[in-house]
Write a protein that binds this ligand. Structure first.
Ligand SMILES: [Zn+2]
Length: 306
């Protein structure tokens, strides 16, 4: 049993996760980040205390955070969604709770959820790419999460692929995230429409990534080109990571993974064509088992993978 918290920009979700990876009890409150750090801290303490009272045994607490943590996992170095910088969250929570609290990046939490109970279960080496508004990443090698010397390992979304027509939120140009996220798909299609390319997308006001996948499947030339561009860069990135650390399996998670086999088959083909040793080192590439609950399940199981 463990308590897993998913601290997001709009909601704080907490759950008691059992040994099979099932969420037995769940609680949620709004994230009131506009009221400052002290308010969010207080809301976390109340939520965790409530869950702890419902837990029949002693348990630790893990929290998934959409930001960068210090190498020792104690401080939230940067979390733009909550407007936090250098917040000693672990110490602040432990002094209020008398429980051990572990912090983890949210994409790494998703990687742990898959490794503990999902698509990469029983595999020692796995990588997750979460494709949503941005691109997140998590890496497990020999059943241990990789944090790196400064706590910022596995930022696969910010690997430089090549120059792109717009800058990444991180300030750089050419990040994978600007080629392989929902934002990237929409911006690429909008640019092509602005330049006069014909597409059914022109008839849809405020189209989203789901629309682009729908029209790509139906054969719209622009939508299909946009999806092929996205999967080409993902294939390159997966081949590069594979050449570097040679994991058994990559998991594709996040909102875009809802495109299913259509997306997966393209990524697999692109990866195979770019891998140095495709004959005997082609990794499995699979869809994530968990969706919105991945953060809670992974955070609750962090202690097994550090
Ligand atoms: Zn970037």
């Amino acid at each position: 049993m463990g308590i897993g918290i998913d601290l997001g920009g709009t909601a704080i979700k907490g759950g008691i996760v059992d040994y099979q990876g099932t969420i037995q009890k769940e609680r949620m409150v709004k994230t009131q980040s506009q009221l400052g750090y002290a308010q969010v801290l207080n809301d976390l303490v109340v939520l965790i205390k409530e869950l702890h009272q419902l837990t029949p045994e002693e348990t630790g607490v893990g929290i998934g955070i959409p930001g960068i943590l210090s190498a020792d996992g104690a401080t939230v170095v940067s979390c733009p969604n909550l407007n936090w910088k250098n917040r000693p969250l672990k110490q602040d929570l432990e002094s209020c709770l008398s429980l051990e609290v572990l912090l983890v990046n949210d994409a790494t939490a998703a990687c742990i959820a898959e490794a503990a109970f999902g698509s990469t279960r029983d595999k020692k080496n796995s990588v997750i790419l979460t494709l949503g508004t941005g691109v997140g990443g998590g890496v497990i090698i020999n059943e241990h999460v990789i944090f790196g010397a400064h706590g910022v390992a596995s930022e696969v979304g910010h690997m430089i692929m090549e120059e792109n027509f717009y800058d990444c939120n991180c300030g750089k140009n050419g990040c994978l995230e600007t080629f392989a996220s929902a934002t990237a798909l929409i911006r690429y299609c909008q640019k092509q429409l602005d330049e006069g390319t014909e597409s059914v997308l022109r008839t849809i006001k405020n189209f989203d990534a789901r629309d682009i996948f729908e029209f790509a499947k139906a054969g719209d030339v622009l939508a299909l080109a946009a999806v092929n561009r996205l999967t080409r860069y993902l294939g390159w990135a997966i081949a590069n990571i594979s050449d570097l650390i040679d994991p058994e399996v990559f998991t594709i998670g996040g909102g875009l993974s809802g495109a299913g086999e259509f997306l997966l088959e393209k990524i697999i083909a692109e990866t195979r064509s770019r891998l140095t040793y495709p004959q005997y080192a082609m990794p499995e590439i699979v869809l994530a088992t968990f969706g919105n609950e991945a953060g809670m399940i992974g955070a609750a199981n962090l202690s097994r993978f550090i």
